[in-house]
Design a protein around this ligand. Sequence first.
Ligand SMILES: [Zn+2]
Length: 293
Amino acid sequence: MALLSSFVSGVLAQRDLDAVQIEVLDVAEGVYMLTGAGGNIGVSVGDDGVFLVDDQFAPLTEKILAAIATLTEHPVKFVVNTHFHGDHVGGNENLGKAGAIIIAHENVRTRMSVEQFRSSMEMVIPAAPPGALPVITFTEGLNFHWNGEQIRVFHVGDGGAHTDGDAIIQFVGANAFHMGDIYFNGMYPFIDLDGGGDVHGLISAVNQVLALSNEDTKVIPGHGPLSNKAELEAYRDLLQDITHAVQAGIDSGLDLAAIIAQEPTAAYDAAWGGGFISNEAIIGAIYGSLSRR
Ligand SMILES: [Zn+2]
């Protein structure tokens, strides 16, 4: 649980950030993925300036900017947050001060503006400083015409997905996506029920991206290695399978402990259970999501 808390809160993680290195990966023409600590970062580079998707933790901003400087001499003009979690928005205040415009779904600004409580981890998340808040918000989405590219930012999960303020970013010309925490590649996802998450919304968001993808599509997940359509399909299939099993348990009157005892994730644990979210945690989140509908 300590590992999970440090991963999602950004508070405990800071003790380890000195040793973190930012690595740059080629995704597609003009698009890169940065890894470090916290959520993966997406970068569009070109003559207009840098367009960033998420910004990890505040103490990493200097290292992130140094990594970007190896790609381009242009400054960061826009930062889009995929959702409100601290390991995706932690650099907002630094980048805003440096001149970037911060953009996110309206619910991201709303949740960042006030203290949040995450019951599954008994964790209080303090309100963000005003300088960290998105200054442009949207409800459906918006388009950027930038770096010779169309960059589509669209909200997914009308009843919630990973949270209630998720955005997916599509680099149309480059045939690449940043999915935020809609997609945990190679590990069970965190579904933030207190933050407005919902498993059906999560699955339908994945299906939206699959419908826009082909064999050449590159997919930046919120966490885990750079991915593609085939791996995203496997993720969708396991989420559907586990969700159906949990729903069947609920329909036959079983409680959470009885559903866990049926081992609905058994076929997936070896490949997907080694991440931040245990098999019991994902079953619990799906159960919680379905039983409050
Ligand atoms: Zn998240």
